[in-house]
Design a protein around this ligand. Structure first.
Ligand SMILES: Nc1nc2c(c(=O)[nH]1)N[C@@H](CN(C=O)c1ccc(C(=O)N[C@@H](CCC(=O)O)C(=O)O)cc1)CN2
Length: 297
């Protein structure tokens, strides 16, 4: 039987609606709207699309969103000065600097400059540390948080399950592993040097693919009935000349025949990233206003 499809668009829409309602309550309780500031250096087409979606979603969720575009040749000091200004701005609860940044800018230095309590991307080492030690004050990176939400919605308890995360990035792989460990999964982080990767994957009840290689995970790497979360967004040649299409890190048609459930690409993890950004912004706003964070966020 073909695997169930885990509908990230529907889950994201539901979460965004909940955030919108909670944002209205926040405004009534605090006397101001929760605020997100986004920063984009340059005009990378994909990044520009993501930023437009983020600001539109912020407004649709009854929050205040201000975008700060900077030219592609912006110097690191100029970006750091903007981050400092946003750190000090009381109307800003969340700061998001869209990645990737141009080569002249040191990404780690910029992330380190963001106030950890406004770091709604969850990339600051303080938030990585909070997540690692199970501190509930951690702001958690949006993509893995979205993956966890989809997994728990589909499977319920994850306790005792064997989870394999392919990819060890600070943005997805490592925080994903920390979240699964906190849910009492037995977690393996696999990567480019892992020996016999297919065999490692075959023991996974939960397989999270976050490598950025189109359709790398094949059908015969998958344990029958496993739950597959595909984080990959890879643009490949389409059927017609000059056209492209997006595929994940999992060979979807093969995997669907073996897995119990699978996230599609597009329409799986991607939409959850933006929904979780809104959620993190509202969480940060509640904490900054000394208000209790609503439980269903
Ligand atoms: N500061 C950040 N930079 C980047 C992040 C991030 O979380 N914070 N993540 C990615 C890009 N990203 C958000 O910024 C993002 C990627 C993909 C999607 C999405 O909804 N994808 C769709 C497909 C879109 C398409 O057709 O092109 C899907 O999967 O259905 C949302 C957000 C890198 N930078």
């Amino acid at each position: 039987m073909a695997a169930a499809l885990i509908d990230g668009r529907a889950a994201a829409e539901a979460l965004r609606a909940r955030v919108g309602i909670a944002a209205d309550f926040f405004r009534a309780a605090s006397g101001r709207a929760a605020g997100l500031a986004t920063v984009l250096v340059g005009e990378d087409p994909a990044s520009s699309v993501y930023i437009r979606s983020k600001i539109k979603a912020t407004h649709e969720a009854n929050m205040h969103g201000v975008h700060h575009p900077l030219p592609a040749d912006t110097r690191e000091e100029q970006l750091l000065a903007l981050v400092e200004q946003l750190n000090r701005d009381p109307s800003v609860d969340g700061i998001l600097v869209q990645l990737p940044l141009p080569d002249q800018i040191d990404t780690a230095r910029v992330i380190a400059a963001i106030d950890p309590d406004k770091d709604v991307d969850g990339f600051h080492v303080v938030n990585a540390g909070r997540l690692a030690v199970g501190d509930p004050d951690a702001l958690v990176p949006c993509t893995p948080l979205g993956c966890l939400h989809l997994l728990k919605s589909h499977l319920g308890s994850l306790s005792g399950l064997e989870a394999v995360v392919i990819g060890r990035s600070n943005i997805v792989g490592k925080p994903m592993a920390a979240l699964l460990l906190a849910e009492s999964c037995t977690v393996t982080i696999a990567h480019s040097r892992t020996s016999d990767l297919p065999e490692v994957c075959r023991r996974a009840d939960i397989l999270v693919a976050a490598v950025g290689r189109a359709e790398m995970v094949r059908g015969d790497w998958i344990k029958p009935g496993a739950c597959l979360i595909d984080v990959g967004i890879n643009r490949v040649a389409g059927a017609e000349p000059g056209k492209t299409r997006i595929v994940g890190d999992v060979a979807f048609d093969e995997a669907r025949e073996v897995a119990g459930a699978i996230t599609p690409v597009p329409g799986g993890v991607g939409p959850m990233t933006i929904a979780m950004l809104l959620r993190n912004t509202l969480v940060a706003a509640h904490r900054r206003a000394n208000l209790a964070v609503p439980e269903d966020l």
